[in-house]
Design a protein around this ligand. Structure first.
Ligand SMILES: Nc1nc2c(ncn2[C@@H]2O[C@H](COP(=O)(O)OP(=O)(O)OP(=O)(O)O)[C@@H](O)[C@H]2O)c(=O)[nH]1
Ligand SMILES: [K+]
Ligand SMILES: [Mg+2]
Length: 422
């Protein structure tokens, strides 16, 4: 029999309320052990929680949800206790003494929901992103996946594919008689419409970029003012600033939300060929690698050396001898910073999937690409047996997207990034 699991599903105590969730075949018995009987299902009831000796642990709102229409698909009980540390500890300790009950692992509730078909993989991934969301754009992006928007679309595509396969199977059966394989004329149209739809979503930026933030690298020669600008934009003294060329060696990363858009600002060592010591040289190597991974580069060096696609900055605008090509900014007076931020936000929005539209993450993009290749394969040939096989393979890719055929490793990786109690 499946273990019954429990965990604190709300934030760390102390808090106003602590929600302890119990899921599994023994959830009802556990609730009964604490409150004396099973309260009416799906209704909040105020009860005294007691230990096995009858001592009161807390007054709590308790809820009883019998399987299968529950968040995990199993029997579920919820205890809405007072959120004090000692209260939570006492109730959790009492639960741990009950037979067949144990504390849940990270993501275990969600994993059970997936195993019981309450959510599919795309929804579980969206839920993971939603829980991790720190900015408005992240929240909106994750909402649609967590709410099943992407899953429904995948299901529609799957249904269309099944329809196409059925047409091919019919043509194969028909061709047995006189060796002529006839596919309905609109078969080709339907196939290309499906391909176009998947390609359209594929063309959108990846949902991972939204989750991880847009990487903005501050680059240029030593002493250009990179760290000063980095600090000024972050409004904190994260990076050391000094008149000594080669002050910054290591890469310094700071996540920051601006206008609801998630960024990661990255300060780097000044780039120079000569005169760098051993440690600075390592820093320069790291800076080069960051430049390769950057989504946006702020270039604080001579325009002639500005990397392709980078935003040219004219730093130290308060000084008389400041350059005047590019976005003039001063870390000292703050001039030009607001404009620069606007430019950054505009650029970032082009790099992120539009909120409220469905988008693939990296894993889904790989599968959608495979799916698209098989659809293309199906439209290239006239042999119906080959077409049927290509359509089948396209469907296998879609099924991996929704997790109809997922491996344990993949599930471990996905649910491992959830928190305990989710
Ligand atoms: N007047 C003025 N001075 C600045 C400004 N920005 C930076 N500086 C000065 O320029 C010097 C170098 O600044 P940093 O921010 O350390 O420059 P960096 O590009 O990070 O330098 P490295 O890390 O050594 O590559 C320091 O003395 C700063 O005070 C600015 O906007 N105006
Ligand atoms: K410096
Ligand atoms: Mg620096």
């Amino acid at each position: 029999m499946q273990d019954t699991i429990f965990a604190l599903s709300s934030g760390a105590p102390p808090a106003g309320i602590a929600v302890i969730r119990i899921s599994g075949p023994g959830a009802g018995a556990a609730l009964e052990a604490l409150v004396g009987d099973l309260p009416e299902q799906r209704l909040a009831s105020l009860r005294t929680l007691r230990d096995r000796d009858g001592h009161a642990l807390d007054e709590a709102l308790v809820l009883w949800f019998p399987a299968p229409k529950t968040v995990t698909g199993e029997n579920v009980a919820e205890l809405h206790c007072h959120g004090g540390r000692a209260v939570v500890a006492a109730v959790m300790a009492e639960l741990a003494t009950l037979a067949d009950l144990r504390e849940a692992e990270a993501g275990e509730f969600t994993r059970r929901a997936f195993a019981n078909g309450r959510i599919d993989l795309a929804e579980a991934e969206g839920l993971g992103d939603l829980l991790a969301a720190e900015t408005e754009w992240q929240r909106r992006g994750a909402m649609s996946a967590a709410g099943g928007g992407l899953s429904r679309r995948i299901e529609e595509w799957r249904t269309q594919l099944l329809g196409l396969s059925a047409q091919v199977e019919a043509a194969i059966d028909f061709s047995d008689e006189d060796d002529v394989e006839v596919l309905p004329t609109d078969f080709v149209d339907e196939l290309s419409t499906l391909r176009a739809e998947i390609d359209n979503v594929l063309s959108r930026p990846s949902a991972d970029r939204l989750r991880d933030g847009v990487r903005v690298v501050f680059a240029g020669p030593p002493n250009a003012g990179k760290s000063s600008l980095f600090n000024a934009l972050l409004d904190e003294g994260a990076a050391i600033v000094s008149p000594v060329a080669g002050t910054t060696r290591d890469v310094i990363e700071r996540p920051v939300a601006i206008g609801g858009v998630p960024f990661v600002f990255i300060d780097t060592a000044g780039l120079r060929q000569e005169g760098a010591g051993d440690i600075e040289a390592i820093g320069i190597d790291r800076a080069q690698r960051e430049l390769e991974k950057a989504d946006i580069v702020l270039w604080l060096g001579p325009p002639a050396d500005c990397p392709a696609g980078a935003i040219q900055i004219a730093p130290k605008a308060d000084l008389d001898d400041a350059g005047n090509e590019g976005h003039a900014v001063s870390a000292v007076t703050g001039s030009g910073l607001d404009d620069l931020v606007r430019v950054l936000v505009d650029r970032a929005k082009d790099l992120l999937p539009p909120p409220d539209r469905i988008a693939f993450n990296r894993r889904q993009k790989g599968l959608a690409t495979t799916c698209g290749e098989h659809l293309a394969g199906a439209s290239r040939v006239s042999d119906t047996l080959v077409i049927a096989e290509e359509l089948r393979l396209a469907r296998v890719a879609l099924d991996s997207m929704s997790g109809r055929n997922s491996t344990e490793d993949m599930l471990d990786a996905l649910f491992g990034r959830f928190c305990i109690g989710k």
